[in-house]
Design a protein around this ligand. Structure first.
Ligand SMILES: Cc1ncc(COP(=O)(O)O)c(C=O)c1O
Length: 444
């Protein structure tokens, strides 16, 4: 069977138009889902997630010892931890909350990698006490904190060091991370000094490898391959200068997905395969032992699986001809358009066979910002009560969502073969006030 790479598709792999002319996902009618669970609603297609995981695994299979780590920042909840585990992947976490979610879901601790450019002492302590998670060190001061905590706990911290490879992928400047002036990681010319600090703290620090991550939503392969070469050079230097053979190599994530027709990302299968092949050749050429190869995709695993269903409230036509279709969600459930001009593909989920419109309308959110526009130019017509489905919202939507205007975050359902199960409950008004406290003196 040919390997499907869901990151090349706009819609989830199970998306269909059913006999009623409705969008169905995972054999669930989205109109029924909207009735049952309300809107806005995130619909996550399990099959799309699993196929992305399969494509990744197949691509990596040319390498003797490789593993995907799912980047939890893209979307994390307890059910997702279970799916990640079933796919045989490890997990990249960046906060106490993500770590707690993984721990509560019983995620294997030796497959957890702790990232972030400003880890707190308690995050570092938790990782060390758990005796399994690896800490990806971002600076000399973080390394020193790690050594101090490990010394107090009379143990050794397992670490990787994140370097800045000075490679820039083809993406928005807010989400590049591997450029020379990045806030993430250690500049290449400071790596030696950090490794000296590791050597000076050898009883507290076990250095397992190096890590680099160049950015997110990158569609080209070349920047990833260039990063592999740079890392291989560093492994060579680390061996010759410091006598260290590092057993792990983490080349990060960042592969793009298809939000609109014009997006043509490398398929996840190809990405994994080429990264694996380049690692093989780069380490062979330098006569180095092969480390375990880790890659950290987030968006390309979960992004294509998610679809947001909104209900149209009011529509409006301005004298200059501008058409507005207002829906019941917006920037609080999907801050990507207002944050970096992200584009999406919408459809009318309850009238999939209706002709498209010749003139564009703007699909706007319900939040109090003029920039709260989900799709600027949508070639569709919609009336009050219609359902708008917006594809490829699985990544960096729920995880970046807010309670702006005191609205609760929507529910999230996982669909598979006609079954729909809640994996994250909708937040209600009581949730919104649950942390409020009123000082006694204000009460009368
Ligand atoms: C260290 C690290 N690894 C992995 C990722 C995942 O990136 P993506 O979701 O684009 O694959 C990120 C996100 O920017 C990251 O910062």
């Amino acid at each position: 069977m040919p390997v499907v790479s869901p990151n090349t598709l706009i819609m989830p792999v199970t998306a269909k138009v059913n006999g009623n002319g409705h969008l169905s996902i995972g054999a669930c009618d989205t109109v029924e889902l909207a009735k049952r669970f309300g809107t806005p609603l995130w619909v996550m297609d399990e099959e799309t997630i699993l196929q992305a995981g399969r494509a990744l695994k197949e691509g990596l299979s040319v390498y003797p010892n490789a593993r995907g780590l799912y980047a939890g920042k893209a979307f994390l909840c307890m059910a997702m931890c279970h799916l990640v585990r079933r796919m045989g992947m490890g997990l990249d976490v960046v906060s106490e909350g993500e770590m707690y979610t993984a721990q509560q879901a019983g995620f294997p601790k030796d497959l957890i990698y702790v990232h972030g450019n400003n880890k707190s002492e308690s995050e570092i302590r938790n990782a060390i006490v758990s005796a399994g998670p690896k800490i990806v060190i971002d600076s000399l001061s973080e390394l020193e904190m790690c050594a101090r905590v490990a010394c107090e706990l009379k143990t050794r911290a397992k670490v990787l060091i994140r370097v800045i490879p000075d490679v820039e992928p083809d993406t928005h400047h807010h989400i590049v991370t591997g450029h020379a002036t990045s806030k993430f990681g250690v500049p290449l010319d400071e790596l030696d000094g950090i490794i000296d600090a590791v050597t000076a703290n050898i009883k507290q620090i076990e250095l397992l490898g190096l890590h680099a991550h160049i950015g997110s939503q990158s569609k080209e392969l070349e920047p990833f391959l260039e990063t592999v070469d740079i890392l291989a050079d560093l492994y060579k230097e680390t061996k010759t200068k410091h006598g260290l053979d590092l057993p792990l190599l983490d080349v990060g994530g960042g592969l793009g997905i298809t939000y609109i027709e014009a997006d043509k990302p490398a398929p996840i299968y190809q990405w994994a395969r080429q990264v694996a092949e380049r690692t093989l050749s780069a380490f062979k050429e330098r006569r180095l032992d092969l480390p375990e190869l880790l890659v950290e995709p987030g968006r390309s695993i979960i992004g294509p699986a998610g679809t947001t269903i909104y209900t149209v409230g009011h529509t409006k036509k301005l004298p200059d001809g501008t058409d507005y279709i207002a829906v019941d969600g917006g920037m609080a459930d999907n801050p990507r358009p207002i944050t970096y001009g992200a584009k999406y593909t919408p459809v009318v989920a309850n009238r999939m066979t209706s002709a498209s419109s010749k003139t564009p309308a703007a699909i706007v959110g319900r939040y109090c910002e003029s920039g709260d526009i989900i799709v600027e130019e949508a070639y569709l017509t919609a009336q009050t009560g219609d359902l708008i489905a917006v594809f490829a919202t699985g990544a960096y939507n729920y995880s970046m969502a807010s309670n702006y205007n005191r609205t609760g975050r929507p529910a999230c359902v996982l669909v598979r073969e006609g079954q729909a199960e809640i994996i994250i409950e909708r937040e209600n008004n009581d949730d919104l006030i649950s942390k409020d406290r009123v000082p006694e003196r204000l009460k009368n």
